[in-house]
Design a protein around this ligand. Structure first.
Ligand SMILES: O=C(O)CCC(=O)C(=O)O
Length: 254
């Protein structure tokens, strides 16, 4: 069922004030089920023919430790059409007050017991935009809670601008916030969500997630949209790509 105008207005108010919003029951059980089936099909039939950086694992010799499927839109017509769906485009355009450009769709996984932490960061560090106006729509495929690595947000942090990031130890999120303060930790909000819910955050909102300490999987689909007025700062992007590549090479991941 499409979100009501009241729900959308509330999401806009939350997004503007806090830098994130949650819309409960945005997708039906059948839609979530279809996403699940298409991911299974993708992993079974398509992924084996894709470059090695299309998927990342905590331990490559254990496929069940999958934590990222990147650039799904490039390798699958099913996943390519999802970011084009009106409901996601219209929601993103309304939140960013602009036209939006889709920048892809990926899977964020945390496998039971081994799923690593997501260090505190702002997506805008990776996006390198001027102005830094973008968002990520996050669609949980599993219940996410304090035990399996829910996303935690620092409300209002999108108003602080882009903060310094530096090298961390987490492959796939190599750059974390240099100064995640005690106050940030004290004010962070953990989002408990169910499959079908939609979570969305601004590119400057500080967020992080704990490791998965449970026996339950924590998977989510992420869709990124840039505002039409946001332009890529190519020098910053090249510098960021260089840092990432050097780190991956040093870690023996590429
Ligand atoms: O799934 C996660 O743990 C992190 C996702 C994230 O950082 C993002 O969607 O921007």
């Amino acid at each position: 069922m499409p979100a009501s105008s009241e729900t959308l207005a509330a999401a806009k108010a939350d997004f503007d004030r806090d830098g994130y919003a949650v819309i409960r029951g945005f997708q039906t059980t059948d839609e979530v089920q279809q996403l699940e089936e298409e991911i299974s099909r993708y992993v079974r039939d398509i992924l084996p023919h894709q470059p090695s950086d299309a998927a990342f694992y905590e331990d490559k010799s254990h496929p069940e430790t999958l934590f990222r499927l990147s650039c799904l839109q490039d390798f699958s017509s099913y996943f390519a059409q999802i970011p084009k769906q009106e409901r996601f485009v219209d929601l993103s355009a309304m939140l960013l007050k602009d036209t939006v450009v889709s920048k892809g769709i990926q899977l964020f996984g945390k496998a039971p017991r081994v799923g690593n932490e997501t260090p505190s960061h702002q997506d805008g560090y990776y996006f390198t935009l001027e102005p830094n106006e973008a968002l990520t729509v996050w669609l949980p495929l599993d219940r996410t809670d304090e035990e399996n690595g829910s996303i935690c947000y620092v409300p209002g942090s999108h108003k602080r601008g882009l903060l310094p990031h530096g090298r961390g130890d987490t492959f796939g999120f190599s750059q974390g916030l240099l100064d995640y303060t005690d106050e940030d930790r004290a004010t962070e909000v953990t989002i408990v969500a169910d499959p079908g819910d939609l979570i969305v955050h601004h590119s400057l909102t500080i967020h992080r997630a704990d490791p998965n300490r449970s026996d339950r999987r924590r998977w989510a689909i992420g869709l990124v949209y840039y505002a039409g007025r946001a332009k890529v700062d190519t020098a910053a992007r090249e510098a960021r790509d260089r840092v990432t590549k050097e780190e991956w090479e040093a870690a023996g991941k590429v």
